[in-house]
Design a protein around this ligand. Sequence first.
Ligand SMILES: C[S@@+](CC[C@H](N)C(=O)[O-])C[C@H]1O[C@@H](n2cnc3c(N)ncnc32)[C@H](O)[C@@H]1O
Length: 245
Amino acid sequence: MSTPPSALEPNKLAEIATAEASRHEIKGLRKPFGEPWGHEYWGKWQTITFALNALGIPEGATILDVGVGVGWTTLFLAESGYRATGVDIAPATIEIAVARAERMGVQAEFVVADMDTLELKRRFDAILVFDALHHTTRQATVLNRIANHLAPSGWVLFGEPSWLHSMSPAARRTTKNLGWVERGVTIRSLKSDCAASDLGNFRRFYEGTSPYYSPRSFAWQLARLIGARVTCAPQMSVWLAAQAL
Ligand SMILES: C[S@@+](CC[C@H](N)C(=O)[O-])C[C@H]1O[C@@H](n2cnc3c(N)ncnc32)[C@H](O)[C@@H]1O
């Protein structure tokens, strides 16, 4: 990590401390990737793998996974045939990710790094930023760092909570109790910060809905789907891909 922890902002120190404190609570070696492992993960993975295929990222491509937590996306990417590297600011989560990779015999690299000051001194064919960008107050800086790690014509795929997230009671509780930054991400700000770092040729992707079992739950899923396609993506991630120009 290029910035020593002592020089980090309070919200980042809070992220590191939370991971450290929950290190022993995480049932890190449970199948398949530890808990929680709900149905919603499969919807996210389905979207990621669909988008990577649609963007034409071939098997064997190098992929940097930013803000990986305990590493499930990196491990899935590696198992899908990509050469995957995961980074996270919290050493405890990276430690668990490494243990999971070893347990499962998955070839993936994990590095402790701050996305705001990312400097891995190499470029990747593609970059995934899933559920992490909304924890930084320096979105434009992070996008500049990402652009600096993309190979020519490489793609970055973002999957982040929409602007509704900043208003959600759960996000507010997390900020109050844990000190994390919990922003929402708008497509407009993402596009304009991407453009400032020479990322463009935007493509949007949309998550499918969760399973449903009754007319009422069908109506809720329909509302979510329509919401995602309009603007606010209630309980879904907004997905945007941008290419190095
Ligand atoms: C909501 S978790 C998502 C983790 C993972 N993408 C997943 O789907 O399980 C957000 C992650 O971003 C990491 N993070 C927050 N700020 C970061 C920063 N400045 N640089 C790198 N990682 C960061 C946190 O440590 C945390 O693991």
